[in-house]
Design a protein. Structure first.
Length: 275
């Protein structure tokens, strides 16, 4: 972990070059992201993106740890942050510490992320004082989807004060960065100008100190739905669909495998191709 970026490195980027973040859940994708990102988040979005769950509420600590171990093997430079899943930290600071300590010990991550601001400030301070760097997540917090009644934009009108208070409380509690999810652009700018730690936006405008996207969303791999705040930089689901259709056609027509994929009785020399 020593050669990786650290939470203080990220904290120090406030007001400097934008902080580039993506999620990852597997070794090969972590390896790709590591070359381009400052922070790689093992998000609890893994439940919806890779496991087909209807929300993040069903994600367990064991799932997070399994994916975080895989991501760890793919990183050389980026800071790895792991989400604490629903139910693993809200009950008490002690519960949060036990969960976070287990995640850190088993996955070698350098920080955890949890959802909440004012209500979780005591918990965040408890972790930070005990050596666990915390990234906070405010605005639209998907683990509260039932309380919100959906995934609607947060911080409009008088609600702005609530989100600002959450971000400020997280920074005050010692969070080294705060994710702002799906809030209005003016509010994202105001929070970014107000709090002393970097804001990492997702659906929160270019005013933030950094940006994060769910990697499968920006690759066009998770195509079930498409939040407005996602820009698709590739269409991997479409490409995979074409590839599978072509493969199925080839197999049915006995065009695959071809002679070069098949083996003779007499081994060929290395110069003559694979044996
Ligand atoms: O779980 C996740 O992917 C996240 C990011 C979108 C911030 O929390
Ligand atoms: Na998350």
């Amino acid at each position: 972990q020593s050669r990786c970026l650290t939470p203080p490195d990220i904290r120090a980027r406030k007001g400097a070059a934008p902080i580039v973040c993506l999620t990852a859940y597997t070794t090969p994708v972590a390896r790709l992201a590591d070359a381009h990102c400052d922070v790689v988040l093992v998000g609890d979005s893994v439940g919806m993106v890779l496991h087909g769950l209807p929300s993040t509420l069903g994600v367990t600590l064991d799932m997070m740890i399994l994916h975080a171990k895989a991501v760890r093997r793919g990183l050389k430079r980026a800071l790895m942050v792991v989400d604490l899943p629903f139910g693993s930290y809200e009950e008490s600071p002690a519960q949060a510490f036990a969960s976070a300590a287990r995640v850190m010990a088993e996955t070698d991550c350098a920080a955890v992320k949890l959802e909440g601001g004012v209500d979780m400030a005591e918990t965040m301070a408890f972790l930070v004082k005990r050596g666990i760097p915390v990234m906070a997540h405010v605005g639209l917090t998907p683990q509260s989807v039932n309380a919100f009644g959906g995934y609607t934009v947060q911080g409009r009108g008088g609600d702005a004060e609530r989100v600002l208070a959450d971000a400020a409380a997280a920074a005050e509690a010692g969070a080294f960065a705060v994710v702002l999810e799906k809030i209005t652009a003016p509010l994202a700018r105001r929070i970014t100008e107000t709090i002393p730690v970097p804001t990492i936006g997702i659906g929160a405008s270019a005013a933030c100190d950094g940006q994060i996207l769910v990697v499968d969303d920006m690759l066009g791999l998770f195509a079930d739905f498409r939040p407005r705040f996602v820009r698709r930089y590739a269409e991997l689901a479409r490409d995979a669909e074409c590839a599978m259709a072509a493969y199925a056609e080839d197999v049915r027509a006995r065009r695959f495998p071809a002679p070069e994929h098949s083996f003779d009785d007499i081994p060929q020399t290395p110069a003559g191709g694979a044996v």
